[in-house]
Design a binder for this molecule. Sequence first.
Ligand SMILES: Cc1cc2nc3c(=O)[nH]c(=O)nc-3n(C[C@H](O)[C@H](O)[C@H](O)COP(=O)(O)OP(=O)(O)OC[C@H]3O[C@@H](n4cnc5c(N)ncnc54)[C@H](O)[C@@H]3O)c2cc1C
Length: 424
Amino acid sequence: MSPNTPETHYDVLIIGGGILGLASAYYATARGLKTLVVDQYGIGNDTNSSKGLERMFRLMQDNESEARLAEASLAIWTELQRASGKNLLASDDLIFFGHRDAPMTTEGNVQHIKHTMDSMGMPYEYLDSPAAIHKRFPMFNLAAMPDDYVGLVQAASASINVQEAARTFLFAARQTDLLHVLDKHAVIQVAPLKDQAGYTLLTEADGRSVTVHGKHLITCPGVWADSVLKGFGLKQAPGWKIWKMSYAYWPLKENPPKIPIWFEFGNIDASDQGTFYGFPPLDFSPDRHNMVKMSADYTYDTYDAPSAIQPGVNPRLMEELVTHLDQLIAPNAVDATQYQHAGTCLYSMSPDGKLVIGRIPTAPGQQSFHAGASMCVMESGRAFKYAPLFGRILVELAVDGHTRYQHDLDIFSSTRDGLFEPST
Ligand SMILES: Cc1cc2nc3c(=O)[nH]c(=O)nc-3n(C[C@H](O)[C@H](O)[C@H](O)COP(=O)(O)OP(=O)(O)OC[C@H]3O[C@@H](n4cnc5c(N)ncnc54)[C@H](O)[C@@H]3O)c2cc1C
């Protein structure tokens, strides 16, 4: 099918061709459903939250539900990797370290994560002092770590190959001949059909309109969620924000110390300020060979709407990042002042820091839902690791009206307080 001459009737319509839309397309087509993915900027665009090269996969979570969901997701990633023969996950040690009693951040804190691991009987290594952290990973300067720093190390962690993952979902869906794509079309209207018979989407590209119909609708629109939710009479509550995150890559020096996947809880309040992370060297792209990505997990750039986003990395944040890395990272690993490929990527952050996945309520907080539809919104910078699982869940919710993973999804409920307001 040419993208310019779409068929008009589908079993499943998917708004959003980021990683969750593609994972949903994979599961929908695997179930024999004729599926259309619509993306306003095109699949593989460099504007959405699924851009870039790498994401962290981790089992270490601050609550049991997310840890179980991560375990379920890991099983699917592993199966997908074997079936496709592609390197989707680069396994490595992951260290979480920081103040023993750091307040909770959007990524949790060391104590809550340790507690979850203990209560679930998940294996990990506990590093009880800065000296123990430095001994295990000499890349972290001993002098840079406050006395109350402790660490958790888990081996069942990985860097996810972002572009390979997207290609794998897309390739598998295309193999079925059931996948259709409407690239660079913005959905400007979502309308339910009479008698719960499905949905009509009106899309627009270069002034040209296309109307398509589907029995089921899956929405994974990232930071542009309000453009879709208005068709359901909803909009995101003011506590929702777009976070523009800045990052960069550092060339490694010759014979550097071992570099794990790492996340530092250096925060002294619950603001995320003081949280930093980094990746080991990865072979996901030839132009990042022998470089490591590092970033702050806080931002000074928050916005109320996509139209307000200002381009460019934040100079103040980059300065703080460089100053911090200069102290934290051993000088035989990188020169912290010499970074390349600085860039930005968008988080869609919910008021309570937890993402939203579920059926679409008929009104804010209501337990009644629009038939045949599901969504994942406000993915709060954390949904990539769950992509194969969430694709499956979104299809189950839209097509079957329920999912086998429901018992662990309450923390992500679409009906919890403070998420949405009526759109009119
Ligand atoms: C810097 C950074 C680091 C991260 N690190 C991690 C990590 O380590 N581990 C992890 O698990 N997760 C991480 N994440 C989060 C993860 O990348 C996101 O949660 C995930 O990529 C979101 O995917 P998505 O498909 O929901 O949204 P997106 O990738 O944003 O895709 C949404 C798509 O919908 C389209 N769209 C929206 N509205 C419309 C419309 N009206 N019409 C047509 N198309 C529309 C957009 O064009 C877009 O392409 C990180 C995110 C960032 C930014």
